[in-house]
Write a protein that binds this ligand. Structure first.
Ligand SMILES: [Zn+2]
Length: 147
């Protein structure tokens, strides 16, 4: 498996709180754990293969989504649709471990930019006071502050 990013629901810390988790296979086929949490977190290539091969994976409500990183439009859709602060963290982990780079559209002007150059803004709480999320990515502070 190459050029593939996988998103799934990681296990919660207290049994009900969960996070999006990610792993990827880079262009050389090397496995990278980008983000894993809790009991269901995938930390090894073997666990990744087991998750992908499991025909019942949807029944565990782990919500596995497989992205083809060689298709730019597919990755742009992911970046544009995901919570911005999560995308920023993911992009930073990816930059540490691989040469892959996420790109997405500015919420205001719709220009395409590397996520590392963008600002995550429009912060909101999760309703429990546990975590705060930035909802949108902007290419500049001018765009972030525009009405
Ligand atoms: Zn912009």
């Amino acid at each position: 498996m190459i050029n593939t990013m996988v998103e799934y629901k990681g296990g919660g810390f207290d049994g009900c709180h969960w996070q999006w988790n990610y792993f990827m296979f880079d262009e050389g086929g090397t496995f990278h754990n980008l983000f894993s949490s809790g009991r269901k977190g995938v930390k090894t290539e073997l666990e990744a293969q087991n998750l992908l091969a499991d025909p019942n994976r949807e029944h565990y409500s782990v919500k596995v989504t497989v992205y083809d990183m060689s298709v730019p439009a597919e990755m742009h859709d992911f970046v544009d649709g995901m919570v911005a602060s999560t995308v920023k963290q993911l992009d930073a982990h990816m930059a540490e471990l691989t040469t892959a780079q996420l790109r997405g559209h500015c919420t205001e002007c719709d220009d395409l930019h590397p996520v590392s150059d963008m600002n995550a803004e429009d912060w909101t709480g999760d309703g429990h006071g546990i975590e705060f999320f930035a909802m949108n990515l902007y290419c500049s502070m001018e765009c972030a502050n525009a009405d």
